[in-house]
Write a protein that binds this ligand. Structure first.
Ligand code: GCW
Length: 664
């Protein structure tokens, strides 16, 4: 097969269209949209580039005589950022009410053509599920990436910016999956000399915001809550202090004078060493609202993260529970945040584990704008070495019934703004990209990049359809291999879960690095472990008799989780301390389940590799080789997890494996 240009990922027009040309000429015409608009220009450029490869008759301004014409028409009845497409043999119409809708419609046409759909068969009627669809980079100004597994930053190096063709390709790719907001720097904002809200960076930030704007994307920045101290020389950053308030007023004025297109800021406060309002006895709403007031004149928004917890808690106390923190800190403030504040809530109450319950804050808040945060950077899910397609997990989160309303109560309803009737809402992902030529290190991890955007735009899509779309845009596979790869992706999360931490307990991972097993590994101190295993059993009692975390949900869910008989089994150890000899639903004991799932998970990781190897002929050689290498590492990792977890629990429980397998 032709070598694909992986730096273009799913937008490799050369590769995909080389065999499908016709003699037609083509035209692109506008009705109601200005051709001079920056986003319309981008849409036109993309269409023209693709059509000039497909239709050898070339571009013509004579619409009537064009073999293929595209008409882009303004129709107010379509919702913001939505589009409708209809076509016959010679004419295709994209309707939209705004420019982003046009651009998304254009990419829909292009992706359909790339996937082999005939011109006349392209049809669509789409409106985005979520108003905000964002990527969060954890890129540092020195070029490193916190939790980055694909090389270094493609935005920054040595405290300087890169803005080049790759940046433009990145923006094009993001637009092609419906992303409309990007935070370019890490939420851990350190080293005042490189804060992006200073004169030193205004030109570059502005240039990048302009480039993003060509693709309907707003640029956002992370900021350090203590900037008034670190940049302004003030003694405090107390959100109720007059000097602090006026410092931020001036700062945002200066920022917006220089970067008028800025969307706003993302803030991590009072978390893992970051400064915040707690230092001054203030609450999270005091902090967020102070910034929100200062940014309001510029229509900016403040995205305030709910990942607030005390990482030095003494976990030996059985009532202490990190999982409670988000709800404990924020529920009481429901309704107190200004309208240009959005609370960004991680999908689970802990931290992006392979299995967690949905955060009780999602829908638990009913008078506050909220956004779902997920992570496609595979911090706890295999570092883009192990295959772990995350859309099935995200779908579970979106489909979860919070019971905040009788109808429209799923997480998808809440974060889209439908349930609570608000516009400042949506989804964000901690992104998995870097400066590796293929963007995501492991070629197959691009499925998560593509998938997140698609899902944020349309939460109704299935994990399977998204996987198939991505595969068709990325590879040239026979139907049989396409199905094989779809199924590999769909199984991969469950496989990873099986050989790592069982039944929702999470963690047991090397502290700080978060790859590979360390059953007792505990991040922040010598105190305790997250799993609370003893010689009788394992798991955290989060019921009303334990930490009381289960009671943070609405009664329907609280009752379900509180009772170990009704608690979904995949979360059993998250909510309950269970004896090793307790029988699970299928009759196996807990300890036997742990042994079996670890053997099975490792064996299935080997199966994934076998499946991959069987597709060699249809995969470009460098892609094949790199992914083989990752699978080899994955298998080694799975073996290590299997052996460490099994032997740990064998030694704790003293109960041997019924099947007599080697447990080292
Ligand atoms: O999971 C933790 C990560 C930190 C990260 C933090 C967060 C950016 O280990 O690296 O910091 O989450 O979400 O703020």
């Amino acid at each position: 097969m032709n070598d694909k240009n992986w730096s273009k990922l799913w937008l490799d027009y050369d590769k995909k269209l080389s065999n499908e040309q016709s003699e037609d000429s083509f035209s692109v015409a506008f009705d109601g949209f200005s051709e001079d608009h920056r986003i319309i220009k981008s849409a036109k450029n993309e269409l023209t580039e693709v059509f000039s490869k497909l239709f050898k008759g070339g571009y013509t301004t004579e619409i009537e005589n064009a073999g293929k014409s595209v008409c882009i028409k303004k129709t107010d009845e379509i919702k913001n950022e939505g589009y409708r497409i209809s076509a016959d043999d010679s004419k295709l119409t994209i309707e939209a009410s705004d420019e982003n809708g046009v651009l998304y419609g254009a990419f829909h046409v292009i992706k359909s053509l790339l996937r082999g759909t005939g011109f006349a068969d392209i049809k669509a009627d789409e409106v985005p599920s979520n108003p905000l669809r964002m990527m969060n980079h954890w890129d540092n100004m020195d070029g490193s990436i916190e939790r980055g597994y694909s090389g270094r930053s493609f935005f920054f190096e040595n405290d300087n910016f890169y803005i080049n063709d790759r940046t433009r390709d990145y923006a094009r790719m993001m637009a092609s999956i419906g992303i409309n907001g990007i935070v370019i720097n890490n939420v851990n904002v350190k080293n005042a000399a490189s804060y992006l809200i200073t004169e030193r960076y205004f030109d570059k930030v502005s240039e990048l915001s302009e480039l993003f704007a060509d693709y309907g994307i707003k640029l956002y920045l992370s900021l350090n809550f203590a900037s008034p101290i670190e940049l302004g020389g003030l003694e405090v950053c107390d959100p109720l202090d007059e000097n602090v308030i006026s410092w931020w007023d001036k700062k945002f004025k200066e920022v917006y004078e220089n970067v008028p297109l800025l969307g706003g800021f993302l803030v991590k406060a009072d978390s893992e060493g970051r400064p915040g309002p707690f230092t001054y006895g203030r609450n999270q709403a005091d902090g967020a609202n102070m910034l929100a007031k200062a940014i309001a004149p510029y229509n900016g928004i403040i995205i305030w993260r709910c990942f607030v917890y005390n990482c030095t808690q003494d976990w030996r106390d059985y009532k202490t529970d990190r999982a409670r923190a988000g709800y404990d800190y924020f529920k009481g403030l429901d309704g107190e945040f200004l309208d240009n504040v959005i609370l960004q809530i991680k999908n689970g109450p802990m931290d992006f584990q392979i299995r967690e319950p949905v955060s009780p804050l999602l829908g638990g808040l009913t008078k506050t704008n909220q956004m779902l945060e997920v992570q496609i950077a595979q911090e706890y899910t295999g570092h883009q070495i192990d295959l772990c397609y995350l859309m099935p997990m995200f779908k579970e989160v979106l489909d979860f019934h919070t019971h905040c309303k009788s109808e429209g109560d799923t997480v998808a309803d809440v974060v889209s703004g439908r349930a609570l009737n608000n516009k400042n809402a949506g989804m964000a992902a901690v992104i998995n990209t870097g400066d590796d030529a293929n963007w995501t290190g492991n070629y197959l991890a691009a499925a998560n990049l593509y998938g997140f955007g698609r899902l944020a735009y349309n939460t109704e899509l299935s994990s399977e359809d998204i996987a198939r779309e991505w595969i068709q845009l990325s590879f040239d596979l026979s139907k049989e291999n396409e199905e094989k790869l779809v199924s590999m992706l769909l199984r991969s999360r469950e496989i990873y879960e099986k050989y790592t931490s069982p039944l929702g307990i999470g963690w047991m991972v090397t502290p700080h690095e978060h790859y590979g097993p360390s059953v007792d590994g505990y991040e922040y101190s010598r105190w305790g472990t997250y799993h609370r295993a003893d010689h009788l059993g394992l798991g955290v009692d989060r019921t009303d008799k334990g930490t009381g975390y289960a009671q943070q949900y609405y009664p329907e869910n609280a009752d379900m989780y509180n009772d170990s008989d009704t608690c979904p089994e995949e979360l059993l150890l998250f909510f309950h301390h269970i004896a090793y000899d307790r029988k699970l639903k299928d009759g196996r004991t807990l300890i036997q389940y742990i042994y079996d799932s670890h053997f099975e998970g490792e064996a299935q990781a080997e199966e994934l590799y076998e499946n991959w190897k069987s597709m060699e002929k249809e995969i470009p050689s460098e892609v094949f080789a790199l992914v083989c290498h990752r699978f080899e590492m994955q298998i080694a990792n799975a073996k290590e997890w299997r052996d460490q977890v099994n032997s740990y629990f064998y030694r704790k429980s003293g109960i041997p494996d019924e099947k007599g397998r080697d447990i080292f």
